[in-house]
Design a protein around this ligand. Sequence first.
Ligand code: GLN
Length: 492
Amino acid sequence: MSTSHGTATAVDIAAAVRAGERSAVEVLEPYLAAIEARDAELHAFNLVTADEARDAAAALDRRVAAGEDPGPLAGVPVALKDNLCTRGVPTTCSSRILEGWRPPYDATVVARLTAAGAVSVGKTNLDEFAMGSSTENSAFGPTRNPHDPTRVPGGSSGGSAAAVAAGFAPVALGSDTGGSIRQPAALCGVVGVKPTYGLVSRYGLVAFASSLDQIGPFATTVRDAALLLEVIAGHDPCDSTSIPQPAPGLVDVLDRGVEGLRVGVIAELTGEGIAPDVARRVTEAAEALERAGATVGEASVPAAALGLSAYYLIAPAEASSNLARYDGVRYGLRVDARTTGEMMEASRTAGFGDEVKRRIMLGTYALSAGYRDAYYGKALRVRTLIARDFAAAYERFDVLLSPTSPTTAFPIGDKAADPLSMYLNDVCTIPTNLVGDAAMSVPFGTGDDGLPVGVQVLAPALGEVPMFRVGAALEAAAPGAAAVRPDGEEQP
Ligand code: GLN
């Protein structure tokens, strides 16, 4: 990805800053200038913390001057999805209900990035509470796609994806409950990773659906994504779902190639409902892997087709419980009224947007007495079927392939009025969350409209090593993807 401030990757920046060849302040300024020049148009950020970033960069430079090594992300600017808690810095989830709230602590991932020498440039826009696929559900207005500002960047981590695609930061963090890292990565032409459930601590991630949520990286290269994941992964006693194992080494496996790996193209996710130009790229990706020495075949995961229906019962059910805490008492917005009950009702009515209210109602209904077994219980059983089908597929294949998203970026406003057509965006990404596996999106050329296409690489739980090897091979074989400069001009 070319930007006016060079083709700097996180890997290159950190190496130069650690060696004392570039100062963190020098690295930072062009990114802040790019934000200043173009974020009024794109709205990738809810908040730019330029002063804090400058202070942090200057402090890093003093440490390097004193002979210290600030760590593997020394001086690397990073953008944070605004549902990650940052101590003393507003964390809104793009919702009015959190108005004025400043978390008293840093999310574990934020603390780990800081400890590794990264410099946060701000908090990025999202669909309210991460519910959506276009970033149009933000209470603060939509984010625009840097490749074509009339189009959506995807969602819910659209701000983070757009920030990386526009050269506002070389890397970013997002969260993925049903595709919210991978789908915007695909639509913005960057790399996005949903790690295995439990690999990355969610302590300090504002919960949406706790059995599905994972944090992961956005980057312009697979290597940068691997580096970022290495830094944020690993056991955290503050998250009871965190896997008690050290983080896997990923950067070192990228040059191993794919010789001997078995790759299965998921039949159920490449046919009906997938735009032909997107499906074609997946076929080309499979062919490229075959040329690189992998064995490629057709995989079948029949129950994956039921993923969407199960997800839209399970995720809202968990959300209705998680969002009960926004009561006008403990966080943010309060609308005063005569009684406590009326105050809570008025606060939630004023504070939540339509999609969030829809999910709370769906979830409450799915869990209510008399319906719980028919809806929520059935969805859990379907979840088990999907897990079984994936397990069977992974007996024959090391990784699986599919499109990340059925189409390229769609026009802003196109699907906003029709929730079902919006939900269909996640048909390829949701099954992975339901089973807790790993998956990533790698840019692989463009569609007929010239906009980026992402190919999804799926792997079993803790299959990050083969997944990244395949991701690196796809990146190396990708047809010249459209790059975009911070001034908005496309270049070859
Ligand atoms: N788009 C999906 C939803 O609206 C997934 C969101 C996410 O992964 N956070 O729920």
